[in-house]
Ligand binder design. Structure first.
Ligand SMILES: [Zn+2]
Length: 657
């Protein structure tokens, strides 16, 4: 009696991608239930309930997309050609805060699964929010996935605090542990978005349930520089110190790692996901993939999210992985086609710690396989002198559209290029609806500098009304002697170096945005500290009392990003820089507290001194009373108010503005 199986796929070139890279020509694969029972000549002996003639096509393992954020298909093409921080903090995160919900991620996941199945992917590693809904949609679509719930140190679309997101991650893992298609895990987003406590707690959670941990590591040179500056060590030792490498880790990127770090990754059995398109598009650099492979690290290939790629096409990623390695090393033998295909299959599965289930065609593994038609015009003729030629065909010439059939866990997801588990037309329609809503949200935000400031968080409305007056002085002598005199009492004095970057916009109604950096100076002029902040000031003046103005400053935010970030994010029409040495006093004069600024302009350089006197106020009547006292103080310091300086440095810096 011959052995029996459910399904026999015959007349195929079976590219097994096993450790020996075995290829069986004119051969077969036998499947029973969810598993492969035999491959090659062993399979030919089977008697099957159903037999399918593959017509000479290739049968190979389903591709493993080692790193993605699958619901981000809905943000595809939303904001491109930007730097990583502006892209992430300026666009992705604000839109995610406003839109990401269980329904959003369910739709984005279905869209992503449809695209991935079409391009021959049967397994992927995801990291996002509401991971439970993603796991559900993935399982319904019939795909295999490592689904990991994001944990961040700041509030996310699905958690108000990191304690909440850790609790979500635990519940998520408990609920999906043991599922036939979904392997759950925690995802501390990256070392720079997590605290040491989060890193340790996630690692302990992963170890407790023996599930993989998914993290972004060493994506940019900036991340490594910051880690060295803040922690005195690069990224890999930092996460190791906090227990991360005790877990079964899948680390995305690892672009900027040295040999010592690569060895540490290897010793910890950490898998790496290489994302060539994403790294190229965000100009993150080129990961030392050949070096990692040479030192024995399991390196898979990922598409990353569709917002940074912009598609989920693993054929394209495989080809790029091979080409980028050659182009940047000057060595055309780096990452040959066979290695690139191994990275997209068996090594990728190892990187996800799922190689006992998928990644190669071997008896006992799950039936995750695809058929590929290599007889299309762009792929003929074929040469058989060198048996590895088939890898060149697949990696350098084949396209994702050459994938004909896709099976995952013994279930057909696509037959003859028809999707069987997802409704493409409905998905297209729903995705267009979501894009319309996001477009409207961003369009309304983009017309207002204030809304853009609020969107990136931390903006505080400062309802600060003040009376103020300004003047130019040829010398500081009378000011200094008046301040030392008995007529005034000094409450506080400080001295600092103030660098202001003023930005103006096409629409003058938007006001001025100022990025201010203060360096505090001691008596000897040495810098003792620094701070930076962002202020948006409207041009409207509330009222005036002679030369004294009643003004209102509108919004400020602690400047948590670089000046370059804000410039690229706000895209001002013009920029002016004012650099000054400022002495500042809080003093009492005739029962009223005033701030006095005495500035020497360093750039643009100007002789003399600029004096500004101001006081907080709360009513028009109070303002009128203080305006009278302010004029007396101006007389005392010998300054005649100059109301042409009404907008202060903004005008001075702007000149014509
Ligand atoms: Zn990513």
């Amino acid at each position: 009696m011959p052995p029996t199986c459910d399904l026999l796929l015959t007349n195929a070139v079976v590219v097994t991608m096993d450790a020996q890279f075995t290829i069986h020509r004119g051969s077969a694969v036998a499947v029973t239930g969810d598993a492969i029972v035999a491959v090659g000549p062993d399979a030919a002996a089977y008697q099957a309930t159903e037999t399918i003639d593959c017509g000479g096509r290739v049968i190979m393992p389903g591709l493993v997309n080692a790193h993605t954020h699958v619901p981000m298909t809905l943000l595809r093409g939303l904001a491109d050609d930007l730097r990583l921080d502006v892209w992430l903090m300026g666009y992705m995160m604000p839109v995610e805060r406003a839109f990401v919900s269980p329904d959003f991620v369910r739709l984005g996941t279905r869209l992503g699964c449809a695209e991935m199945i079409r391009s021959g992917i049967t397994c992927f590693a995801d990291m996002y929010y509401f991971e439970h809904a993603i796991a559900e949609a993935t399982a319904e679509a019939g795909m295999r996935a490592l689904c990991t719930q994001t944990v961040l140190r700041f509030p996310t679309p699905d958690a108000g605090s990191y304690e909440d997101s850790l609790a979500h991650a635990r519940e998520f893992i408990q609920r999906w542990h043991g599922h036939p298609l979904i392997v759950p895990g925690p995802a501390p987003h990256a070392p720079y978005t997590c605290t040491p406590e989060i890193l340790r707690a996630c690692a302990e959670l992963a170890v407790e349930f023996d599930v993989p941990l998914h993290i972004h590591l060493a994506e940019t040179a900036q991340e490594v520089d910051d880690s060295r500056a803040q922690h005195g060590m690069p990224v890999v030792p930092w996460v190791k110190k906090h227990g991360v490498l005790d877990a079964k880790v899948l680390a995305a990127h690892c672009v900027h790692v040295d040999d010592g770090e690569i060895r540490a990754l290897k010793n910890a059995n950490t898998g790496v996901a290489h994302n060539p398109t994403s790294n190229l598009k965000l100009a993150a650099g080129v990961a030392p993939v050949a070096r990692m492979l040479a030192l024995g690290v399991d390196v898979g290939i990922g598409t990353d999210g569709a917002a940074s790629n912009n598609d989920l096409d693993m054929f394209e990623e495989m080809r790029l992985a091979a080409l980028v390695a050659k182009g940047t090393s000057g060595d055309p033998t780096a990452i040959p086609a066979r290695t690139a295909l191994a990275m997209a299959t068996r090594l990728g599965a190892r990187a996800l710690h799922l190689d006992h289930l998928t990644g190669s065609l071997e008896a006992g593994k799950r039936a995750d396989l695809i058929t590929v038609d290599l007889d299309r015009l762009h792929n003929v003729p074929a040469f058989h002198r060198d048996p590895t030629g088939i890898y060149s065909q697949i990696v350098y010439a084949a396209k994702s559209t050459d994938v004909v059939d896709v099976m995952c866990n013994g279930r057909w997801l696509m037959r003859q290029r028809q999707l069987l588990t997802l409704d493409e037309t409905g998905l297209r329609l729903a995705a267009r609806g979501e894009a319309t809503r996001i477009d409207a949200f961003l369009s309304s935000r983009e017309v207002s500098v204030l809304q853009k400031l609020v969107a990136i968080g931390g903006a505080i409305e400062q309802e600060s009304f003040e009376v103020q007056v300004k003047a130019w002085l040829p010398s500081a002598d009378r000011v200094l002697s008046a301040i030392e005199s008995d007529a005034v009492t000094i409450v506080r004095a400080s001295h600092y170096h103030q660098y202001d970057t003023y930005w103006s916009f096409e629409d003058p109604e938007q006001g001025w945005l100022r990025y201010r950096e203060d360096e505090f100076l001691d008596d000897s002029g040495a810098v003792t500290g620094a701070r930076s902040r962002l202020t948006l000031t409207g041009r409207t003046r509330e009222d005036r009392f002679g030369a004294v103005l009643l003004s209102r400053s509108r919004y400020f935010a602690p400047a948590t990003h670089s000046v370059r970030f804000y410039r690229e994010y706000f895209r001002p029409a013009a920029e002016r820089i004012v650099d000054k040495d400022r002495r500042r006093w809080l003093l009492a004069f005739r029962g009223v507290e005033f701030y006095v600024h005495l500035d020497r302009l360093l750039a643009p350089a100007r002789d003399g001194f600029f004096i500004e006197v101001k006081s907080r106020t709360w009513s028009r009547r109070d303002a009128r009373d203080k305006a009278a006292v302010i004029m007396d103080l101006m007389a005392l310091v010998g300054a005649s108010p100059d109301d042409t300086l009404s907008d202060g440095y903004a005008d001075l810096a702007g000149g014509e503005a």
